[in-house]
Ligand binder design. Structure first.
Ligand SMILES: Cc1cc2nc3c(=O)[nH]c(=O)nc-3n(C[C@H](O)[C@H](O)[C@H](O)COP(=O)(O)OP(=O)(O)OC[C@H]3O[C@@H](n4cnc5c(N)ncnc54)[C@H](O)[C@@H]3O)c2cc1C
Length: 436
């Protein structure tokens, strides 16, 4: 069943009630959003996998602290399983969840608002409805698309791309727009560009390509998906595409985008020029806006911004500011031995739990036990019949304190809904999800 407008409206109405109950009306930006209680306050910005987990675990580990979660979207929307949803293989009821259920189950305050800035010198979060002071801040704002890499400061081209060629890698209205595009695709060349590494959930664009390939095949659409990939082969998908979808998918690895003109539907790569009938344009990815506004982006050896937020690799506070924690897909490299942690939901959620433990310990004046996160990711490599690969990433400390990564891939030729069970278990942990 598609994710209906009615579901959105119902969830939004419930959430607006929650905002009205907590927030000061739109009078003055400098007005406090909430009255100050006697407890120390943790403000979490971003109600995705990382922020929601941090909120839940903080309430368990430090019930004496006040916890406030700020999120701009009215409804939580899961990107894991969203490829299946896009092609009609997953139910929207599993992906969409209201925030008030989790907030009341765990006992924190949820406010739907878009944070516009952070004043770290005053420990203040700024929103259009008012300001909120904090003792600790957790930034869990995910990613942004780096359209500047294609268009410089041409906002018109960036806005046009987002509107007409959404890739749906950020939770929000893009998901529905992309689903409608796929539902109405009648044929021709559908180009899908991939971002260069690192980006969120590395196997997910390939999984999506398989699903679109299967869709073109089953609907007998006279069209091709042309996948332009600046990276090398991942998980053997090149072979999978040519074996399973020889008439549906053209895969071009190591093909870097040189320029894009969304208005004339053309793009230039180092190999060739392409004209497309329709497209899913994934620009390079970076840490979300607020990490930039808060001045918390890491710099490389030459002093240039890396694009990702500068966290302590173990304790996850910002290197520049121990009152701010940085978690989830927005963070920079974790170790010189492997670079970035995989940018996955489970990884973000585990980091939320680590940040919660750190804050709970610091609030009591002690040090937290050192913990490392982990990640498990389910990727469909074949649609009919279903085949899946489970990618497990585990971490340990080496003798010199550096983090070591161990990745295992298990091919499952006969999956029986393990991905759905995994998602439900995660949602039960941070969204208070219960099966009916
Ligand atoms: C197609 C696809 C498939 C995927 N499949 C898997 C999978 O199978 N398994 C897996 O583990 N991971 C998967 N992932 C990756 C997973 O979705 C991300 O790793 C995860 O969402 C990261 O969590 P996060 O909390 O860092 O960011 P997000 O989940 O993006 O949350 C960030 C939140 O911050 C909010 N926000 C941003 N700015 C502001 C602001 N200024 N004010 C208020 N709120 C703000 C956003 O609205 C958002 O809700 C997939 C991703 C995609 C795109």
């Amino acid at each position: 069943m598609p994710f209906s407008r009615r579901d959105f409206i119902a969830a939004s109405a419930a959430l607006c009630t929650s905002l009205a109950a907590h927030a000061t009306p739109l009078i003055s930006v400098s007005q406090p959003l909430l009255p100050r209680s006697r407890s120390k306050r943790v403000v979490i910005v971003g109600g995705g996998w990382g922020g929601l987990s941090a909120a839940r675990h903080l309430r368990d580990l430090a019930p004496e602290l006040e916890v406030v979660l700020l999120e701009k979207n009215p409804v939580f929307w899961s990107l894991p399983l969203s490829n299946k949803w896009l092609t009609g293989l997953a139910d929207d009821k599993l992906l969409a969840h209201g925030y008030p259920t989790a907030a009341s189950a765990y006992g924190y305050t949820f406010i739907q608002t878009e944070v516009s800035d952070i004043d770290r010198s005053k420990r203040l979060v700024i929103t259009p409805q008012g300001t909120l002071d904090y003792d600790w801040l957790i930034l869990a704002v995910g990613i942004r698309y780096d359209y500047a890499a294609w268009y410089g400061d041409d906002r018109r081209a960036a806005d046009y791309t987002l509107k007409h060629y959404p890739c749906a890698y950020i939770p929000g209205s893009e998901q529905r727009a992309l689903k409608e595009k796929l539902d109405h695709f009648k044929g021709g060349d559908l180009v899908m560009t991939l971002p260069p590494m690192p980006y969120r959930c590395p196997p997910s664009p390939y999984e999506r390509a398989c699903m679109i390939g299967a869709l073109l095949k089953s609907r007998r659409i006279k069209g091709k998906l042309i996948v332009l990939d600046p990276n090398s082969h991942v998980l053997g998908f090149g072979r999978i595409f040519s074996e399973q979808y020889p008439d549906q998918i053209v895969y071009l690895p190591e093909t870097r985008i040189k320029s894009v003109d969304p208005f004339s539907k053309t793009l230039q790569t180092e190999v060739d020029d392409f004209h497309f009938d329709d497209a899913i344009l994934m620009a390079p990815q970076q840490a979300g806006d607020l990490a930039w506004k808060a001045g918390l982006i890491a710099r490389d050896g030459e002093g240039k911004p890396t694009g990702w937020a500068d966290q302590h690799p173990v304790h996850l506070h910002a290197r520049k500011d121990e009152n701010v924690f940085l978690i989830g897909d927005m963070i920079d490299k974790a170790s010189p031995l492997f670079g970035h942690y995989p940018k996955t939901g489970q990884m973000a959620s585990r980091q939320g739990r680590i940040a919660a433990r750190e804050i709970a310990a610091r609030a009591r004046g002690v040090s937290a036990e050192k913990l490392l996160p982990d990640s498990t990711c389910y990727v469909f490599t074949r649609i009919e019949p279903l085949e899946m690969t489970r990618v497990e990433s585990r971490y340990r400390f080496r003798g010199d304190g550096l983090i070591v990564q161990n990745v295992k891939q298990n091919h499952d030729p006969n999956p029986r809904g393990e991905d759905v069970q995994w998602a439900k278990a995660m949602f039960a942990e941070f969204l208070a999800f219960k099966e009916n």
